[in-house]
Design a protein around this ligand. Structure first.
Ligand code: CDP
Ligand code: CDP
Length: 220
């Protein structure tokens, strides 16, 4: 059987990947994979089990055994809705720490590929185009200035009723980008065959429209 097409959207934190990927998926009638959620869930499950985020073997075992269910707008972990427990800054940092461990990435590889069903998939993360779906007909590298990304994340957290400080957020985001870009496995970087989309001065609609134009070109 022919593999279904994939639109791979990678980029740094708060560049708009999740928002754009979900809307593009809806417009194309494709499934959507929020791969970052898997690393966030692994960090949360490890914390709940009292396992240190640096303990590669035990964190990888937790990642391999994750009991997770993706619903329309929610995620269930061990049968319970997780809500915003995976969206805190602590869990953002935890996700990026466990994501640097090769055994953890390995444990989550096939779980991610299993999302690639017909008629197609839009996946967002750091390594959708480089490692998970290297043959994706469309790869997009979404970015924006660090300041604009920190402001977006700030607004997002405040709207959810979570606590946030703009200066801390900018620092956290820069540290996480640095860790994600410098790690030895699946580092964050623009693939040679990925199209660059800088959303610094773009609205969500403009970003979505550009990705849809590219999708229609790449998928015909
Ligand atoms: O998934 P990622 O961390 O890359 O970003 P996101 O959670 O999709 O987007 C971060 C925030 O930026 C969301 O609240 C979006 O509504 C907002 N935003 C955007 O994504 N794109 C723009 N062009 C403007 C704002
Ligand atoms: O929304 P935001 O970009 O802030 O974070 P995310 O996409 O939910 O990813 C959280 C963390 O998981 C990132 O900082 C990466 O370290 C890691 N991640 C990864 O390594 N590979 C992916 N495909 C997705 C996320």
């Amino acid at each position: 059987t022919q593999a279904a097409p994939v639109v791979a959207i990678d980029g740094p934190s708060a560049s708009g990947k999740g928002t754009v990927a979900a809307r593009v998926a809806a417009a194309l009638g494709f499934a959507y994979l929020d791969s970052g959620a898997l690393y966030r869930l692994t960090a949360l499950a490890a914390q709940r089990a009292g396992v240190d985020w640096a303990d590669e073997e035990r964190v990888a075992a937790i990642a391999a055994a994750l009991d997770v269910e993706f619903l329309e707008n929610e995620i269930r972990l061990d049968g319970q809705l997780v809500g915003d427990a995976i969206r805190t800054e602590a869990m953002s940092a935890g996700a990026s720490k466990v994501a640097a461990l090769p055994a953890v990435r390995e444990a989550l590889l096939f779980r991610q590929r299993a999302f690639n069903t017909k008629p197609g998939l839009v996946g967002d993360g750091r390594d959708m185009g480089s490692v998970i779906f290297p043959h994706a007909p469309l790869k997009v590298f979404l970015t924006a200035s660090a300041e604009v990304r920190a402001e977006r994340r700030y607004k997002q957290l405040i709207e959810k009723g979570l606590s946030a400080n703009l200066t801390d957020l900018l620092l956290d985001l820069q540290q996480r980008d640095e860790r994600d870009s410098q790690r030895s496995v699946a580092p964050l970087r623009q693939e040679r065959d990925a199209k660059l989309l800088d959303t610094t001065g773009l609205t969500i609609e403009q970003a979505v429209d550009q990705v849809l134009v590219w999708s229609r070109e790449a998928l015909k």
